[in-house]
Design a protein around this ligand. Structure first.
Ligand code: EPZ
Length: 419
């Protein structure tokens, strides 16, 4: 397995261009299955999860063309299979996002249950119950969700928990259903707004994206469109933490500043001098050590759970004590055990990480357990004295495009050690 070797201790500085958002690209790619004609997408990030989703689209019969490495074209006219096999779903649970489109457009979908993952049980009961409310016959047997519906019908859905992909699957089911659907307690993430922008361009009739109540009028059919994927707010935030944790000065370009508010507030509290434009953010620490910050994760627009691990790393070297409470997933502190190997004074009490910042972490071999944990360990390695090797780095390749190239551009001493 590939490893990343990092020689830490120096402040990072410079500019970095933010890539398209993984968590917008994945639902938008599966939404292309709803159209009658080709969908052309730009600013698609080169990530393993995108590669897996493209494999899945090819598996069901979509034509995939990369035009000069910039534009990805999905031609849905040849769909002939309506399933997401375990071999693909086990590597990426977001494969469940084909459920809504296949059922809505073709009346059938057999999707392997994603199963749990490192950060939690990750059930899909809300996805399934919502489809049943829309008239689908959904059974679960030998590890597969088997859904059938001649014609989905609009329904009023009140989601028990705010779920991002649950909201996305149910929107994609409702756009071709007969009649009106209303989704209450919907997730409000910017990635959902981007998905709805795509669906609306295709001809869907949707109101309320980005609010907790989304209203959808079913239509007969949807057409192919062109779209550029919105910038990744988690990648944006991760690079800003790289500046904060090393006492450096970094400008992120081609981001969407309005999606970063909760994180920018916390980086400001940590002592970062922040200046912003509508598509760039500069964070300057002027060589200062960050202040520790308390955090409670929450659905958007609250503090994103996908930035929790990165702030655990920041607090490890910050001055003062702080508490980080994870309210979304039940097991998302595995990075804390690895941070302790680097000398962090961090203890886990239930769903809270309590840290007392140390002046210097010391490099050591550590192991990534999930995508954002691996980002946390890379950040800690950048701040640590000496050499840190991060093992199982395939996790980070799922969600960060060319991470070592981008960090090297900022002055990091980082290289990939092939297995
Ligand atoms: C999405 O996952 C993101 N993934 C995650 O990003 C992100 O951490 C998460 O939303 C929360 O923001 C994608 O968009 C591809 P949820 P998702 O359904 O949709 C419970 C990353 O690092 N729940 O919003 O799977 C669930 O257990 C990844 O990029 C049910 O109980 O998360 C959790 O406690 C990690 N039943 C809560 O809802 C359901 O049917 C929120 O999960 C669905 C969810």
């Amino acid at each position: 397995m590939d490893k990343l070797e990092i020689i830490g201790g120096s402040p990072l500085s410079g500019q970095v261009r933010i890539s398209g958002a993984k968590n917008a690209a994945l639902p938008i790619l599966t939404a292309s299955l709803l159209a009658d004609s080709p969908v052309i997408l730009e600013n698609i990030p080169h990530l393993n999860d995108v590669t897996t989703t493209v494999k899945l689209l090819r598996w069901v019969g979509a034509g995939i063309t990369f035009h000069d490495g910039v534009q990805l074209e999905v031609d849905p006219s040849g769909i002939s299979r309506f399933e997401a096999p375990y071999e693909l779903v086990k590597t990426m649970r977001a494969s469940v996002l084909v459920l809504g489109p296949l059922l809505s457009r073709y009346g059938q979908a057999d999707v392997s249950l994603p199963g749990g993952c490192a950060i939690g049980a990750r059930p899909v009961n809300i996805h399934v119950n919502g489809l049943r409310s829309m008239g689908a016959d959904v059974t679960i047997d030998n590890g597969y969700i088997r859904a059938r519906a001649k014609q989905l019908r609009g329904s009023r859905l009140v989601l028990d928990t705010v779920t991002v992909t649950g909201t996305e699957n149910l929107i994609m089911a409702a756009v071709l259903a007969k009649g009106e659907s209303v989704i209450e307690n919907a997730a409000k993430e910017p990635e959902i707004v981007d998905l709805v922008e795509v669906l609306s361009k295709m001809g869907a009739v949707i109101e309320g994206a980005g609010t907790e109540k989304i209203r959808i009028q079913g239509v007969e059919s949807l057409k192919g469109i062109e779209h550029s994927i919105l910038p990744d707010r988690i990648e944006s935030s991760t690079f800003l933490v790289a500046a904060a944790i090393t006492g450096g000065c970094i400008t992120i370009k081609r981001t969407r500043t309005e999606h970063l508010k909760a994180v920018l507030d916390k980086l400001n509290e940590a002592g970062g001098k922040i200046t912003t434009g509508n598509d760039w953010v500069k964070l300057d620490m002027s060589g200062q050590r960050p202040q520790a910050v308390d955090i409670i994760t929450a659905p958007y627009p609250g503090f994103p759970t996908d930035m929790q691990a990165q702030f655990c790393a920041l607090n490890s070297v910050a001055s003062g004590n702080a508490k980080i409470t994870e309210t979304i997933f039940e097991n998302r502190f595995q990075h804390a055990l690895e941070l302790q190997r680097l000398g962090a004074d961090i203890i886990i009490d239930g769903n809270t990480a309590i840290s007392c910042g140390v002046r210097r972490l010391k490099g050591a071999p550590v192991m990534a357990t999930d995508l954002r944990a691996s980002a946390s360990l890379v950040l800690a390695g950048l701040a640590a004295e000496g050499t840190t090797t991060v093992d199982r780095i395939y996790h980070i390749d799922r969600g960060y495009e060319c991470i070592e190239e981008k960090l090297s551009q900022l002055g990091a001493e980082i290289r990939r050690l092939p297995s």
